[in-house]
Design a protein. Structure first.
Length: 367
């Protein structure tokens, strides 16, 4: 019998959580589930990657708080066997709205993608207290709680008081496909034809990704006479600041802010190394994509995510989060000592949708 599954996200913008849920929705759709994606906002960039059978419903709200009534109406009107809610505070909002329908919360799976203690580290003590209390009290009413990494699980248990017995670690599923794309962006063309070291980073241009640190690192490499071109794919609030920093460091010919592109894995495959300078990650989906492309990875050794995927250095290189000189040495060493592409591709299969998807199906079918 076909299961009715709803997946709740903020929107379908090009981000890690959104890509994961698109992958999961497609997998569930071809495995006897009727899938709806419910989103708060209206950005549907990734909808084009969904199978035709999957419906997308937008509450068309700009703020999470404005979506509560619409969520209640959806829960009351829809036939739902399983409701997958992603990331605090959407998770808590789901449980609150779920009280409107008898036994609904027993059908709810909460998925936490973030290392919350780091994600909200700049917020005040009152906010953090409210966050912790809301998680501690409301998460217990759900059917299951999924952490996307051991680090996220530890954060939920130690910092948010979630019962460890109710927590499962299910890594983010990745659906890897390579398509031949023609890129018209001149920066990308220049990068593709460069004859020396080609580096690449993919991620939203936001504080978490720590791009100023990466630029300081690249500046050191340039002063040492190392010839490279570094392509940064993504958009975000830090673009203007990063452009100014690139200019101040004299990296205009070495670093390209090429914006957002479809299927960046095609470009990752052409890089010598993939670099991630992030301050923190819940998981690190883009690292798995780099492994699937057979490209050597260099990442900061932040809390959770990268070190788990790279098995503490067995499948990539880990560098310090606050020492650009040492990080530059790691990048240089990785360029000279690339890891076998076959080994990296084999590791990426541990996170393939065909391996991770059945774990979700098992939860959905569990009465």
């Amino acid at each position: 019998m076909q299961k009715e599954v709803s997946i709740f996200v903020f929107d379908l913008n090009l981000g890690g959580t959104e890509k994961v849920m698109v992958n999961l929705a497609n997998y569930l759709s071809i495995n006897n589930c009727n899938v709806n994606i419910l989103m708060i906002g209206s950005n549907n960039y990734l909808q084009k990657e969904l199978l035709p059978a999957i419906s997308v419903i937008s509450l068309n709200k700009k703020k999470i708080s404005q979506s509560f009534i619409g969520l209640i109406k959806y829960i009351r009107l829809q036939k739902i066997d399983c409701f997958i809610s992603n990331v605090w505070p959407l998770t808590v909002l789901t449980i609150l709205a779920g009280f409107c329908k008898r036994n609904f919360n027993k059908k709810v799976i909460l998925v936490e993608h973030c290392h919350l203690e780091r994600e909200f580290s700049s917020y005040g003590s009152i906010f953090k207290f409210f966050q912790t209390i809301s998680i501690y009290f409301f998460y217990r009413f759900s059917k299951s709680i999924i952490a996307v990494s051991d680090g996220v699980k530890e954060d939920l248990c130690l910092n948010k008081g979630v019962d460890e017995k109710k927590l499962l670690v299910i890594h983010n599923p990745v659906d890897i496909s390579f398509n031949h794309l023609v890129y018209e962006n001149q920066d990308i063309k220049n990068w593709m034809t460069f004859s020396h070291a080609k580096f690449i980073s993919v991620g939203n241009l936001k504080i978490q990704k720590n791009y100023p640190y990466l630029l300081d690192t690249l500046s050191i490499l340039k002063r040492q006479g190392f010839l490279f071109r570094h392509l940064i794919l993504g958009e975000g609030s830090q673009r203007e600041a990063l452009t100014k920093k690139i200019q101040s460091l004299g990296l205009e010919e070495d670093v390209y802010l090429a914006g957002q592109v479809d299927q960046p894995i095609n470009l990752i495959k052409n890089a010598d190394t993939f670099t991630l300078s992030t301050k923190f990650e819940g998981f690190g989906l883009v690292i798995v994509e780099a492994l699937a492309a057979g490209t050597t990875v260099v990442s900061t050794d932040c809390e959770s995510g990268p070190s788990e995927i790279l098995s503490n250095g067995d499948y990539g290189y880990l560098g310090p989060i606050n020492d650009p000189r040492k990080f530059s040495e790691v990048i240089h060493y990785a360029y000279l000592n690339k890891i076998s592409g076959d080994k990296l591709i084999e590791r990426s299969m541990d996170y393939s949708i065909d391996r991770v998807g059945p774990e979700y199906l098992k939860l959905i079918n569990k009465s």
